[in-house]
Write a protein that binds this ligand. Structure first.
Ligand code: PEP
Ligand code: MN
Length: 344
């Protein structure tokens, strides 16, 4: 249950209420937003409590979010949340573009892509160093060396960097190299021990939707991060597994407007892993922004045929330039604007 108190309720009243609810055996979580006191109650609600809360003059309303969502539930905030990744603000009326190679393939390679990503006007640099590949015989990424190369490329171009973490044991390396945003890939969306471990790291987390995860499962995975202490969570729809074989996955834009009702977290869309086909990524990106996405994440390679992973879905740098320009138009068409260029 989420209890929103009326504006202007004194801190003393909020604390008294919190203590009395705790005496009832409930765990009480406070919203980080300070414009209005909001309490989330975890645990079994004693009989009659909702009614007695609702009848208090200092309670605006008491609502029940989907499932057991609390911290990520929409009613936990007055406004959709804005997540800082370096100097980039995700959510809150601007649109961002995340771009970069699927895998970091070497120092020169990632630096060159990073420059083109920056020149195209994208905001965050992505690149995988630990790669979740279907076959053990495929390129697995350069590991820690890849993180170093990615971060150096990000620093050289003033772009914050995003990279996938697959194992909590690698967390110290991500922190040591100051990776600005930890990506949890589709295959690890419900790896709860990984979520708990990274939740405490103090870094923004980009949580991709699982290959076959319902929105409810996805949001509860985000709740693990929030409950574990993560205050900066980004959600990223990347296509789900369906019977359709024409595309790699099926991009589920249907849920985007509904997610706005269920969560305050920023919503990103990765049309690349959904489509698996580079040439259809621009219209899917436009559609994602039209449906309200706070940004899109795409893959870029100068020579897709030679890419060490996901070449068929990689955009050429020139195509990224168009995609960013189109994102600007789509942002404006939906009453928003493209985020200002990144300053690192
Ligand atoms: C990726 O971003 O390169 C990736 C592996 O994504 P996903 O987890 O969505 O498949
Ligand atoms: Mn990829």
């Amino acid at each position: 249950m989420i209890v929103r108190l009326v504006h202007g309720t004194t801190e003393e009243t909020v604390r008294d209420l919190q203590e009395s609810l705790e005496r009832e055996g409930l765990r009480v979580l406070r919203s980080r937003e300070r414009s209005r006191p909001i309490l989330a109650l975890a645990g079994k609600m004693p009989k009659g409590l909702v009614e007695s809360l609702t009848s208090r003059p200092d309670v605006e309303d008491v609502t029940k979010p989907m499932g057991e969502l609390l911290l990520v539930a929409r009613s936990m905030r007055e406004r959709p949340s804005v997540v800082d990744v370096g100097s980039v603000k995700v959510g809150g009326g601007t649109v961002v573009v995340i771009a970069g190679p699927c895998s970091v393939e070497g120092r020169e390679h990632v630096l060159s892509v990073a420059r083109q990503v920056r020149d195209a006007g994208a905001h965050l640099l992505r690149g995988g160093a630990f790669k979740p590949r279907t076959s053990p015989y495929q390129f697995q990424g350069f590991g820690v060396e890849g993180l170093r190369q990615l971060k150096d490329a990000g620093e050289a171009t003033s772009l914050p960097v995003v990279s996938e973490i697959m194992d909590a044991a690698d967390l110290p390396a991500f922190l040591e190299h100051d990776i600005d945003c930890l990506q949890v890939g589709a295959r690890n969306m419900q790896n709860f021990s990984l979520l708990k471990a990274i939740a405490r790291a103090g870094k923004p987390v980009l949580l991709k939707r699982g290959l076959a995860a319902t929105v409810e499962e996805w949001l509860h995975a985000a709740e693990y991060l929030a409950e574990g202490g993560c205050e900066r969570i980004l959600l990223c729809e990347r296509g789900i597994r369906t019977y359709e074989k024409a595309t790699r996955n099926t991009l589920d834009l249907t849920v985007l407007p509904l997610m706005r009702e269920w969560t305050h977290l920023p919503l990103l869309v990765d049309p690349a892993h959904a489509a698996g086909i580079a040439r259809i990524i621009p219209p899917l990106s436009r559609a994602a922004i039209a449906a309200g996405a706070d940004g899109v994440a795409v893959e870029v390679h100068e020579n897709p045929a030679e890419a060490r992973s996901d070449g068929p879905q990689a955009l050429l740098p020139a195509e990224l330039v168009h995609l960013v320009a189109e994102s600007r138009v789509m942002a404006a068409a939906t009453g928003r604007s493209l985020h200002a260029p990144s300053r690192g």
